[in-house]
Structure formats: structure tokens, C-alpha cells
Design a protein around this ligand. Structure first.
Ligand code: IPD
Length: 242
């Protein structure tokens, strides 16, 4: 009740914790890599002194609504984004930290995904009937009435053929949990780069598939993401599209 909170838009809040965490993270990362830029949820884009250097993609508090309601499920997400030899932006390392559970998920491109030092692998569940899914439910100010109706149709399709669907409220942790095999698939539309940059790398390094709703490798650009273990990713896309 005593948290200092302001409103960014309808049902879109920012707490002092978001702002303070972002400030601390920026200060520490700038000490470590003075030339790099930032893409941060609250401040936005800050160009680095070296425009060719990688940039930090930071969500200082993913799961703000959970935090504001005293629900102990939120995380800090930090990723490194750079350009590959053909100029495309790629995520080369990332971490998601859940301070309540003291779980530190991290991944480096080509080197695997880990939870507190233990190697992660997505689940091996192959049957939809055994699979547990995560999702993000659109809310006031997020998506049009038509988008809300479409989500309900998608939910209807997945819930009736699976072991269940969870809405845990922190997309970065949903992706980390998918990498850890706790859930088998996840979908959400309209996410921001900082919500998913680290999580996408975690899932891929743990052997999972990530795409947009049309199976393209465009989830980071569009913020529309469908991800799952390789055995059910195709089937999940098919279900969501029909
Ligand atoms: C939110 C969370 C939530 C998702 C929302 C995001 P934030 O991020 O990841 O799970 O459903 O779409 O905006 O605002 O708490 O950093």
C-alpha cells in the first residue's frame, strides 16, 4: 500500500522500484562497459559512445503488476544485443533473475542455458494432452477489443487439448521456465524487446523453438511470440492459427 506508483497509461503502472532498479543497473553496467548503449523499459534508448558496440536490453522489473499487488513473482531481465556479420541484430547473452526464489537463469549464444549453474533443457513432452502452457492475457490498454476476442479463441483452442494454461504475469520468467522444462509452450502478443530478449536466448540455448505466429523468426521484432519444445511447437502454432 505504501509503494510509490504512477500510471504510464491505462492499467500500465510504474513503481519507484522499476525506476530505482533501472538506475542501479544502468550505473553498474556502464562501469563494466562504458561504451555500450542501452534499451531500457523506463528510460528508452540511450546510444553508446561507440555506435558499433553491443547494447544492453534491460527490463528492471518484469511483472510490475504482480509486484504492485504483492504477488511474489517478478524478475530482472538483461540481455546483450549486437550485430552479426550480415548486420542483423542478435542476442548473444542474457539473464533473468528471480530474486524471490533466488533463481538466476543465464545463457550465452552457443554455450547453453543454465539455472544457478545447472544446465537447462526444455521438456521432452510430446503429446499436447501432457503439455502445460503459459500465456499472457491482454488487459485494459493492451490490444483492441478484437485482439481480446482473438485471445479468448486461442485460449479455448489450447485449454481443451492440453493439461492446462497458466498466466503467471512475468513474460521473462515464463520463457525462463520454458527453458527449464517447467512449462512446455508459451504464447503472447504485443510484448516488448526487453520483456523477451534474454528469455528467447534462454529457450533457444535450452533446445526450444521460438517464432512469431506465422512461424517466422520475427518474435523479437514484432513482440508476438510462440515458443515451445520442438515436439509441440508446430502443433501449437497450428492450434493458435486455426
Ligand atoms: C509485463 C509482463 C506480463 C506480460 C505483459 C508485460 P512488465 O511486463 O511481462 O507477463 O503479460 O505483457 O508488459 O510491464 O511487468 O515489465
Amino acid at each position: 500500500e505504501n509503494l510509490q506508483v504512477s500510471r504510464k497509461g491505462p492499467a500500465d503502472f510504474v513503481s519507484r522500484a522499476d525506476i530505482n532498479a533501472e538506475r542501479v543497473i544502468r550505473k553498474e553496467l556502464s562501469k563494466a562497459r562504458p561504451d555500450w548503449g542501452f534499451e531500457m523499459e523506463e528510460i528508452g534508448f540511450i546510444e553508446g559512445t561507440d555506435p558499433d558496440a553491443p547494447i544492453w536490453v534491460v527490463d528492471p522489473l518484469d511483472g510490475t503488476t504482480n509486484f504492485l499487488h504483492g504477488i511474489p513473482h517478478f524478475a530482472i531481465s538483461i540481455a546483450v544485443m549486437e550485430r552479426d556479420s550480415s548486420g542483423d541484430k542478435i542476442i548473444t547473452s542474457g539473464c533473468v533473475f528471480d530474486p524471490i526464489m533466488n533463481e538466476f537463469f543465464f545463457a550465452e549464444r552457443g554455450k547453453g542455458a543454465y539455472l544457478n549453474g545447472r544446465r537447462l533443457r526444455v521438456s521432452g513432452r510430446r503429446a499436447m494432452a501432457d503439455a502445460l502452457f503459459g500465456t499472457g492475457i491482454p488487459f485494459l490498454g493492451r490490444g483492441s477489443a478484437e485482439d481480446h476476442a482473438r485471445f479468448l479463441r486461442e485460449l479455448g483452442a489450447v485449454m481443451s487439448v492440453s493439461s492446462g494454461v497458466r498466466r503467471n504475469g512475468a513474460a521473462a520468467l515464463d520463457l525462463a521456465w520454458l527453458a527449464a522444462g517447467r512449462i512446455d509452450g508459451f504464447w503472447e502478443r504485443g510484448l516488448h524487446l526487453w520483456d523477451i530478449a534474454a528469455g528467447v536466448l534462454l529457450v533457444r540455448e535450452a533446445g526450444g523453438f521460438v517464432s512469431d505466429f506465422a512461424s517466422r523468426d520475427k518474435a523479437l521484432e514484432s513482440g508476438d511470440i510462440v515458443t515451445a519444445n520442438p515436439a509441440i511447437h508446430g502443433e501449437l502454432i497450428k492450434l493458435l492459427r486455426t
